[in-house]
Design a protein around this ligand. Structure first.
Ligand code: ZN
Length: 383
């Protein structure tokens, strides 16, 4: 007699609850962040051996924070935990249903499913180690998260040369937006490649300060939106609490110590199936100079990366209506510099869909690489 499918989410970044299971299908429910009501991220393993077909239903999908984000969304799955692809998914306004039929024997009898390709802590540590091993990069711990994990800053370039532009890139304030750390992996790999002419030219002009994971606790806990204290870190920048949002507190202090000529805050958007950026047009200190820099940067990225576009994005803020608790707005106002929130999709790029993988780690990494070329295009005009 076949056994019921066993579900396991008790691992780094795992999140799901089992409502009921039988031999071929499982009813699941999303679990909220540990200290807030936000609920969207899921990641789990299904022990299906020796079945070839397994079906799943997330029964409380309509109660998710971004319930309308399920329209046009497809779950990501993996047979080996390395290669992620999309599986047939349906949303009926209440339940998110998906299934996977294995093409052959599963290597470990296990299927992996998640909201987006996970970026595990182990991979994060390996990313930092690669940077620290480079002769022209170093990793600094600038503070600690609520749970006591290190807040790691990767510095690449000559930080002692004041003529070098200070370029900051932060990712994953919202821990479920794993695509943001895949972006960082692509950017950091390029900046560590001394043979790359773009890197050579960039490091002549700029020094990079990179925070690949702004929310380590939320990432490991399997939260979608908040840190261990239940704070949305991208709403803390005007007045971060040292106890409740030490992640922002420590990185913000370092920013003020070092200064900033360009800030990119990398995110993923649950609903919008496009890559886009948002600027600081709502900031009280917004000027024509910043407006021109935003245009130059975004237009160059349109030309360099076919995934990036300017047609679909967030509504522009009215003058003075910018939310200074958000990182990009606060940095733009504080340093009077080019400062952008960069968003990529969870779903796919509707301008160039990939039926097999949708928006994927490879495309996020590629965007990370090409974004550096836009930094180079603008580097001379940043001050
Ligand atoms: Zn976000």
């Amino acid at each position: 007699m076949a056994r019921t499918i066993a579900i396991d989410a008790d691992f780094d970044g795992g999140s799901i609850a089992v409502v009921g299971a039988d031999e071929v299908s499982v009813d699941l429910s999303l679990v909220p962040d540990n200290a807030s009501e936000h609920m969207q991220w899921f990641s789990f393993r299904a022990h299906v051996k020796p079945r070839k077909r397994a079906a799943f239903r997330i029964t409380n999908a309509s109660e998710a924070t971004y319930a309308n984000a399920w329209e046009g969304y497809r779950v990501v799955a993996s047979e080996d935990g390395e290669t992620w692809f999309r599986v047939p998914t349906e949303y009926d306004g209440e339940v998110l249903s998906f299934e996977h039929v294995s093409r052959g024997p599963l290597p470990h009898g296990v299927l992996h499913f998640a909201y987006f390709a996970p970026y595990p802590w182990e991979r994060h540590v390996a990313l930092l180690e690669r940077a620290d091993a480079s002769t022209f990069a170093r990793v600094e711990t600038v503070g600690q998260s609520v749970d006591g994990r290190p807040m790691s800053l990767v510095v690449i370039g000559d930080e002692d040369d004041d003529d070098k532009r200070r370029v900051w890139i932060n990712a994953r304030q919202h821990p479920g937006e794993t695509g943001a750390e895949w972006f960082m992996e692509g950017a950091i790999a390029r900046l560590l490649d001394a043979s790359d002419p773009v890197t050579q030219a960039l490091l002549e002009k700029a020094c990079f300060f990179l925070v690949p994971n702004m929310n380590p606790d939320g990432s490991v806990r399997g939260n979608h939106r908040t840190n261990a204290a239940g704070r949305d870190l991208n709403r803390q920048w005007d007045a971060p609490d040292e106890e409740e949002s030490p992640e922002v507190f420590s990185v913000r202090e370092k920013l003020q110590e070092i200064g900033c000529d360009l800030f990119l805050d990398v995110h993923a958007d649950e609903q919008n199936p496009y890559v886009f950026a948002a600027g600081c047009e709502g900031n009280p200190g917004y000027t024509d100079r910043i407006d021109e820099l935003e245009d130059a940067f975004m237009d160059s990225l349109v030309a360099l990366d076919t995934d990036f576009q300017r047609e679909y994005g967030y509504d522009r803020d009215d003058p003075g209506d910018g939310d200074l608790s958000a990182a990009a707005n606060w940095v733009g106002e504080e340093f009077d510099c080019l400062s952008l929130t960069l968003e990529m999709p969870f779903k796919d790029n509707a301008n160039d869909p990939d039926p097999e993988k949708g928006w994927s780690p490879d495309r996020a990494k590629h965007l990370g690489r090409t974004t550096l070329e836009s930094v180079l295009v603008c580097a001379d005009t940043l001050r």
